[in-house]
Design a protein around this ligand. Sequence first.
Ligand SMILES: [Cu+2]
Length: 122
Amino acid sequence: MKIHDVRRGAFAAALFLGLAFGLAVPGAVSATRAEEIEVKIDNFTFAPQKLTVKAGTTVTWINEDDIPHTVVSTGHFRSKPLDTGDKFTITFTTAGSFVYFCSLHPHMQASITVEATTGSLE
Ligand SMILES: [Cu+2]
């Protein structure tokens, strides 16, 4: 009876570890701050137009329009003209607010706000 109980305990522990491991996978991803967000460019519009992310987030713009666009934030970053299907990726490491636009169609504007990660404030 006692051995049986031990085995049950071991099985429960293994099951628990299995569940913990499964749950730890997304946790491990966020621990490395590998968060990734996409901004689509279509119909002369950045979507979402206003985005708030944590520092360390990688943002990828994808041009889904049928004409070229660029992603330009004066003094911060500047993409080449993106043809249909082209991507432009930046990892935002510092907090701040970044207004950006398309240099080919300056009325195309959007912004990204980068927040300091929780717990890293000193
Ligand atoms: Cu454009």
